[in-house]
Design a protein around this ligand. Sequence first.
Ligand SMILES: C[S@@+](CC[C@H](N)C(=O)[O-])C[C@H]1O[C@@H](n2cnc3c(N)ncnc32)[C@H](O)[C@@H]1O
Length: 150
Amino acid sequence: MKQNSKTLFSQDRKISQHFDLTESITLYHGDCLDLLRTIPDESLQLVVTSPPYNIGKEYEKKLDLDVYIQQQENVIAECVRALSHKGSICWQVGNYVDRGAIIPLDTILYPVFSKYDLMRNRIIWHFEHGLHCSRRFSGRYETIIWFTKS
Ligand SMILES: C[S@@+](CC[C@H](N)C(=O)[O-])C[C@H]1O[C@@H](n2cnc3c(N)ncnc32)[C@H](O)[C@@H]1O
């Protein structure tokens, strides 16, 4: 991959480092909120994300749950603003775990989305690998909540 001050090139494809409706690829290395705020209203066809689960992974700081939900709410508001009338948002999440209790993140984020009257489907997918829990059934599924404006 080659790079000049503003643009990356992979083979013959240009990769923009800021959002530009005339470009086919943007790769933004930073906070998604900063990128989202530069995207025009109702311009996106599809938003697909697997946000942090607030479980203390190396790329996140574990927050109080209400702070985490507020942070997600800020991102969701920007995604809804930038979504076209025919577009879709797919929010892929697993469980938040607090002192041994699991809280499925889609259930606590659903009230955030429900303010916008958008629900389309809740997709559950399962897998057979992962850590084995000793005090409850092992987590073997995650969910994608899918929203559309129309
Ligand atoms: C649950 S992981 C997603 C994992 C991904 N689905 C995968 O399979 O590799 C959450 C991702 O969000 C990124 N992330 C965390 N905070 C972010 C932020 N404020 N803006 C953009 N990305 C962020 C993390 O670096 C991490 O890669």
